[in-house]
Design a protein around this ligand. Structure first.
Ligand SMILES: Nc1ncnc2c1ncn2[C@@H]1O[C@H](COP(=O)(O)OP(=O)(O)O)[C@@H](O)[C@H]1O
Ligand SMILES: [Mg+2]
Length: 233
């Protein structure tokens, strides 16, 4: 699923890790541990493609969808909850928004507008074959405990625990094959952490999660990866 080959990462002269070779299997959930500054966040950013300057190869089959739980809780304040989740499928989100805009502002006498609408329709069918993204998102939001009457409210109206739940829903909505989470339990209350444990245990693809929370790791992961290369060598 995820294949790491001869990975070497340096910041300046400092070697963070070298000669990392490992395979991350489908259906396994990995807990990434190691001391502060050991390189956990860097390793996850390399896996997820956010960092591209390293030696070696990270191979993730093209057909695999990768989901990364964002660190910025406030990135979607002006979005409705439905739109915030829909944004998890950026291709579909962009197509729907452009289509809505063209229907309101487009000149239907213009061939270019009509051609563009036809293209957007194709994207929508590809990404949402049954035309029920709003129903599906409503179900996901209900699953994470957000009442249906709130689904069209803005993210800014939610408390921190509920924002976090919507952001997790955003990542899960496109059904990622590979899921990366960097310290998702930080600043969460016990109820939210226990909720998160249950959500993540249901994830069927590959997962890598960084956490210092032993109880959380014991509950969620199937394997431990220790990035503390200096310590182990
Ligand atoms: N952009 C960067 N440039 C130089 N050094 C960095 C950069 N980002 C992180 N580091 C250093 O790399 C080491 C690993 O950082 P990080 O991956 O954040 O560790 P962890 O998540 O395990 O705490 C730390 O010593 C950190 O200071
Ligand atoms: Mg970190």
């Amino acid at each position: 699923m995820v294949n790491v080959q001869n990975l070497i990462m340096r910041y300046g002269n400092r070697v963070l890790f070298q000669d990392i070779n490992l395979k991350l299997d489908r259906h396994k959930r990995y807990g990434l541990i190691g001391a502060n500054g050991a390189g956990k966040t860097t390793f996850l950013k390399i896996l997820s493609g956010e960092i591209t300057e390293y030696d070696g190869d990270i191979v993730i089959p093209k057909a695999n969808k990768v989901g990364v739980l964002g660190q910025n809780q406030f990135a979607f304040e002006d979005y409705t909850l439905i739109d915030a989740v829909l944004f998890g499928n950026k291709r579909l989100y962009d197509a729907i928004k452009e289509k809505e805009d063209l229907y309101v502002n487009g000149d239907f006498e213009d061939d270019a507008v009509n051609n563009r609408l036809a293209d957007l329709e194709v994207i929508c069918v590809e990404e949402d074959p049954t035309y029920e993204y709003d129903v599906n998102i409503g179900k996901i939001l209900a699953n994470v405990g957000i009442p249906v009457e709130d689904h069209n409210n803005l993210m800014s109206s939610l408390d921190s625990a509920d924002k976090f739940k919507v952001l997790l829903a955003q990542v899960l909505y496109p059904k990622p094959d590979v899921l990366f989470l960097d310290e998702p339990t930080n600043n969460q209350d016990i109820e939210t952490i226990s909720w998160l444990e249950n959500e993540l245990k249901r994830h069927e693809g590959t997962m890598v999660v960084i956490s210092h929370d032993r109880h959380f790791l014991n509950a969620v992961v199937t394997n431990i990866l220790d990035v503390d290369y200096q310590k182990n060598s």
